[in-house]
Write a protein that binds this ligand. Sequence first.
Ligand code: MF3
Ligand code: CO
Length: 253
Amino acid sequence: MIYIKSKREIDYIRESCKIVAETLQLLKKYVKPGITTGELDKIANDYILSNNGKSAFKDYSQGGAVKYPGYICTSVDDEVVHGIPGNRVLREGEIISLDCGVVKNNYFGDAAITVAVGEISEEKKKLMDVTEKSLYIGLEQAKVNNRLYDISHAIQEYVEENGFSIVRDLCGHGVGRHLHEDPSIPNFGRKGTGAILKKGMTLAIEPMVNMGRYDVRVDSDEWTILTIDGLPSAHFEHTIAIDNDKPEILTIC
Ligand code: MF3
Ligand code: CO
Protein backbone atom coordinates (compact mmCIF):
# COMPACT_ATOMS: atom_id res chain seq x y z
CA MET A 1 0.00 0.00 0.00
CA ILE A 2 1.29 3.43 -0.92
CA TYR A 3 0.86 5.92 1.93
CA ILE A 4 -0.25 9.42 1.07
CA LYS A 5 1.29 11.89 3.51
CA SER A 6 -0.43 14.92 4.96
CA LYS A 7 1.17 18.34 4.78
CA ARG A 8 2.21 17.97 8.41
CA GLU A 9 3.87 14.63 7.72
CA ILE A 10 5.72 16.09 4.74
CA ASP A 11 6.98 18.87 7.03
CA TYR A 12 8.57 16.20 9.23
CA ILE A 13 9.99 14.32 6.26
CA ARG A 14 11.43 17.62 4.97
CA GLU A 15 13.17 18.13 8.29
CA SER A 16 14.87 14.72 8.12
CA CYS A 17 15.73 15.26 4.46
CA LYS A 18 17.41 18.57 5.24
CA ILE A 19 19.77 16.81 7.64
CA VAL A 20 20.47 14.19 4.95
CA ALA A 21 21.29 16.86 2.36
CA GLU A 22 23.50 18.82 4.74
CA THR A 23 25.34 15.67 5.78
CA LEU A 24 26.10 14.83 2.15
CA GLN A 25 27.31 18.38 1.43
CA LEU A 26 29.56 18.18 4.49
CA LEU A 27 30.98 14.79 3.50
CA LYS A 28 31.68 15.98 -0.02
CA LYS A 29 34.25 18.44 1.38
CA TYR A 30 36.10 15.62 3.14
CA VAL A 31 36.35 13.27 0.16
CA LYS A 32 40.06 13.41 -0.71
CA PRO A 33 42.83 10.86 -1.25
CA GLY A 34 43.96 9.54 2.15
CA ILE A 35 40.71 9.71 4.12
CA THR A 36 39.12 6.41 5.16
CA THR A 37 35.47 5.49 4.63
CA GLY A 38 35.25 4.92 8.40
CA GLU A 39 36.26 8.53 9.03
CA LEU A 40 33.50 9.70 6.67
CA ASP A 41 31.04 7.50 8.56
CA LYS A 42 31.97 9.14 11.87
CA ILE A 43 31.73 12.67 10.44
CA ALA A 44 28.25 11.84 9.13
CA ASN A 45 27.03 10.32 12.38
CA ASP A 46 28.33 13.23 14.46
CA TYR A 47 26.55 15.71 12.20
CA ILE A 48 23.28 13.76 12.22
CA LEU A 49 23.32 13.43 16.02
CA SER A 50 24.10 17.12 16.49
CA ASN A 51 20.86 17.83 14.59
CA ASN A 52 18.86 15.48 16.82
CA GLY A 53 18.48 12.91 14.07
CA LYS A 54 19.49 9.26 13.93
CA SER A 55 20.99 7.20 11.12
CA ALA A 56 18.23 5.24 9.40
CA PHE A 57 20.74 2.65 8.18
CA LYS A 58 22.58 1.62 11.36
CA ASP A 59 21.39 -1.84 12.45
CA TYR A 60 18.87 -1.98 9.60
CA SER A 61 18.09 -5.55 8.64
CA GLN A 62 16.34 -6.95 5.61
CA GLY A 63 14.41 -9.74 7.27
CA GLY A 64 16.55 -11.36 9.88
CA ALA A 65 19.85 -11.09 8.02
CA VAL A 66 23.07 -9.40 9.18
CA LYS A 67 22.31 -5.94 10.57
CA TYR A 68 23.84 -3.09 8.60
CA PRO A 69 26.88 -2.00 10.65
CA GLY A 70 27.48 1.54 9.32
CA TYR A 71 25.77 4.91 9.74
CA ILE A 72 26.02 5.66 6.02
CA CYS A 73 26.91 3.59 2.95
CA THR A 74 30.23 4.24 1.21
CA SER A 75 30.53 2.42 -2.12
CA VAL A 76 33.79 2.81 -4.06
CA ASP A 77 34.26 2.15 -7.81
CA ASP A 78 32.85 -1.35 -8.55
CA GLU A 79 30.84 -1.25 -5.31
CA VAL A 80 27.35 -0.26 -6.48
CA VAL A 81 25.61 0.42 -3.16
CA HIS A 82 25.60 -0.66 0.52
CA GLY A 83 29.40 -0.52 0.86
CA ILE A 84 30.29 -0.71 4.56
CA PRO A 85 32.52 2.05 5.95
CA GLY A 86 35.78 0.87 7.51
CA ASN A 87 39.52 1.21 7.12
CA ARG A 88 39.52 1.46 3.32
CA VAL A 89 41.67 4.46 2.32
CA LEU A 90 40.37 6.51 -0.62
CA ARG A 91 42.78 6.89 -3.52
CA GLU A 92 43.08 9.45 -6.30
CA GLY A 93 40.97 8.47 -9.32
CA GLU A 94 38.28 6.56 -7.42
CA ILE A 95 34.60 7.49 -7.25
CA ILE A 96 32.56 7.01 -4.09
CA SER A 97 28.82 6.84 -3.60
CA LEU A 98 27.77 8.34 -0.26
CA ASP A 99 24.29 7.22 0.78
CA CYS A 100 22.65 8.73 3.86
CA GLY A 101 19.34 8.08 5.59
CA VAL A 102 18.05 9.96 8.63
CA VAL A 103 15.10 9.44 10.95
CA LYS A 104 13.84 12.26 13.15
CA ASN A 105 10.39 12.54 14.80
CA ASN A 106 9.76 9.05 13.36
CA TYR A 107 9.97 10.32 9.77
CA PHE A 108 12.62 9.30 7.25
CA GLY A 109 14.66 10.91 4.49
CA ASP A 110 17.13 9.21 2.12
CA ALA A 111 19.59 10.48 -0.50
CA ALA A 112 22.88 9.68 -2.19
CA ILE A 113 25.55 11.37 -4.27
CA THR A 114 28.62 10.08 -6.08
CA VAL A 115 31.80 12.09 -5.61
CA ALA A 116 35.21 12.02 -7.33
CA VAL A 117 38.34 11.37 -5.27
CA GLY A 118 40.83 13.90 -6.69
CA GLU A 119 41.23 13.74 -10.47
CA ILE A 120 39.24 11.03 -12.22
CA SER A 121 39.13 9.69 -15.80
CA GLU A 122 36.86 11.19 -18.46
CA GLU A 123 34.94 7.90 -18.57
CA LYS A 124 34.16 8.04 -14.86
CA LYS A 125 33.17 11.71 -15.17
CA LYS A 126 30.71 10.76 -17.89
CA LEU A 127 29.37 7.91 -15.77
CA MET A 128 28.73 10.26 -12.85
CA ASP A 129 27.19 12.97 -15.05
CA VAL A 130 24.88 10.58 -16.87
CA THR A 131 23.74 9.03 -13.59
CA GLU A 132 22.96 12.37 -11.96
CA LYS A 133 21.25 13.69 -15.09
CA SER A 134 19.17 10.49 -15.35
CA LEU A 135 17.84 11.15 -11.85
CA TYR A 136 16.66 14.64 -12.85
CA ILE A 137 15.20 13.36 -16.11
CA GLY A 138 13.27 10.79 -14.08
CA LEU A 139 12.09 13.51 -11.69
CA GLU A 140 10.57 15.47 -14.60
CA GLN A 141 8.07 12.62 -14.89
CA ALA A 142 7.26 12.61 -11.18
CA LYS A 143 4.00 14.56 -11.09
CA VAL A 144 0.33 14.04 -10.31
CA ASN A 145 -1.50 11.70 -12.71
CA ASN A 146 1.64 10.41 -14.41
CA ARG A 147 2.40 6.71 -13.94
CA LEU A 148 5.16 5.38 -11.73
CA TYR A 149 7.01 3.68 -14.56
CA ASP A 150 7.06 6.91 -16.57
CA ILE A 151 9.86 7.79 -14.14
CA SER A 152 11.53 4.40 -14.57
CA HIS A 153 11.33 4.52 -18.34
CA ALA A 154 12.77 8.03 -18.62
CA ILE A 155 15.77 7.03 -16.47
CA GLN A 156 16.42 3.85 -18.42
CA GLU A 157 16.14 5.52 -21.81
CA TYR A 158 18.61 8.28 -20.96
CA VAL A 159 21.15 5.90 -19.40
CA GLU A 160 21.07 3.41 -22.25
CA GLU A 161 21.23 6.15 -24.91
CA ASN A 162 24.49 7.12 -23.28
CA GLY A 163 25.96 3.63 -23.48
CA PHE A 164 25.69 2.63 -19.83
CA SER A 165 23.44 0.12 -18.07
CA ILE A 166 20.83 0.35 -15.34
CA VAL A 167 21.08 -2.03 -12.42
CA ARG A 168 18.03 -4.33 -12.43
CA ASP A 169 18.25 -5.98 -9.03
CA LEU A 170 17.88 -2.85 -6.86
CA CYS A 171 15.19 -0.19 -6.92
CA GLY A 172 14.05 3.10 -5.47
CA HIS A 173 11.18 3.05 -2.98
CA GLY A 174 8.51 4.88 -1.09
CA VAL A 175 9.95 6.57 2.00
CA GLY A 176 8.64 8.63 4.91
CA ARG A 177 6.96 6.69 7.69
CA HIS A 178 9.56 3.97 7.12
CA LEU A 179 12.88 3.87 5.30
CA HIS A 180 11.42 1.49 2.74
CA GLU A 181 7.73 1.62 1.84
CA ASP A 182 5.69 0.75 -1.22
CA PRO A 183 6.03 1.25 -4.07
CA SER A 184 9.23 -0.35 -5.29
CA ILE A 185 10.57 1.91 -8.04
CA PRO A 186 12.65 0.15 -10.69
CA ASN A 187 14.92 2.31 -12.83
CA PHE A 188 13.70 0.59 -15.98
CA GLY A 189 10.20 -0.04 -17.28
CA ARG A 190 7.40 0.70 -19.68
CA LYS A 191 5.97 4.19 -20.08
CA GLY A 192 2.29 4.57 -19.20
CA THR A 193 2.28 1.71 -16.69
CA GLY A 194 2.53 1.39 -12.93
CA ALA A 195 0.69 3.16 -10.12
CA ILE A 196 -0.90 6.55 -10.78
CA LEU A 197 1.08 9.22 -8.95
CA LYS A 198 -0.86 11.20 -6.36
CA LYS A 199 -0.14 14.38 -4.44
CA GLY A 200 1.42 13.52 -1.08
CA MET A 201 3.32 10.43 -2.17
CA THR A 202 6.91 10.62 -0.96
CA LEU A 203 9.41 8.64 -3.00
CA ALA A 204 13.13 7.91 -3.07
CA ILE A 205 14.31 7.76 -6.67
CA GLU A 206 17.78 6.25 -7.02
CA PRO A 207 19.31 5.21 -10.32
CA MET A 208 22.35 2.93 -10.02
CA VAL A 209 24.27 3.00 -13.29
CA ASN A 210 27.04 0.63 -14.35
CA MET A 211 29.73 1.41 -16.89
CA GLY A 212 29.63 -2.19 -18.13
CA ARG A 213 27.07 -4.95 -17.64
CA TYR A 214 24.09 -4.40 -15.40
CA ASP A 215 24.63 -7.62 -13.44
CA VAL A 216 25.59 -7.37 -9.79
CA ARG A 217 26.47 -9.74 -6.93
CA VAL A 218 26.54 -9.56 -3.15
CA ASP A 219 29.91 -9.58 -1.39
CA SER A 220 30.76 -12.08 1.36
CA ASP A 221 30.07 -9.32 3.92
CA GLU A 222 26.40 -9.88 2.95
CA TRP A 223 25.81 -6.18 2.25
CA THR A 224 28.11 -4.71 -0.36
CA ILE A 225 26.69 -4.93 -3.87
CA LEU A 226 29.40 -5.25 -6.54
CA THR A 227 29.35 -5.17 -10.33
CA ILE A 228 29.91 -8.61 -11.84
CA ASP A 229 32.46 -7.33 -14.35
CA GLY A 230 34.44 -5.21 -11.87
CA LEU A 231 33.72 -1.99 -13.80
CA PRO A 232 32.67 1.13 -11.87
CA SER A 233 29.14 2.13 -10.93
CA ALA A 234 27.56 5.45 -9.88
CA HIS A 235 24.50 6.26 -7.76
CA PHE A 236 22.43 9.39 -7.09
CA GLU A 237 19.27 9.57 -5.00
CA HIS A 238 16.71 12.15 -3.89
CA THR A 239 13.65 11.94 -1.67
CA ILE A 240 10.78 13.84 -3.31
CA ALA A 241 7.15 14.69 -2.62
CA ILE A 242 4.72 14.37 -5.53
CA ASP A 243 2.89 17.58 -6.44
CA ASN A 244 1.00 18.92 -9.46
CA ASP A 245 3.54 20.18 -11.99
CA LYS A 246 6.85 19.16 -10.51
CA PRO A 247 8.02 17.29 -7.45
CA GLU A 248 9.34 19.00 -4.36
CA ILE A 249 12.90 17.74 -3.98
CA LEU A 250 13.20 17.33 -0.24
CA THR A 251 16.86 16.29 0.01
CA ILE A 252 18.22 19.65 -1.11
CA CYS A 253 19.81 22.30 1.11
N1 MF3 B 1 19.49 4.28 0.17
C1 MF3 B 1 19.63 2.86 0.36
C2 MF3 B 1 18.30 2.21 0.19
O1 MF3 B 1 17.35 2.88 0.10
C3 MF3 B 1 20.34 2.58 1.61
C4 MF3 B 1 19.91 1.43 2.44
S1 MF3 B 1 21.21 0.94 3.41
C5 MF3 B 1 20.55 -0.02 4.60
O2 MF3 B 1 18.13 1.04 0.09
F1 MF3 B 1 21.48 -0.39 5.34
F2 MF3 B 1 19.75 0.68 5.32
F3 MF3 B 1 19.91 -1.00 4.06
CO1 CO C 1 17.07 4.59 -0.88
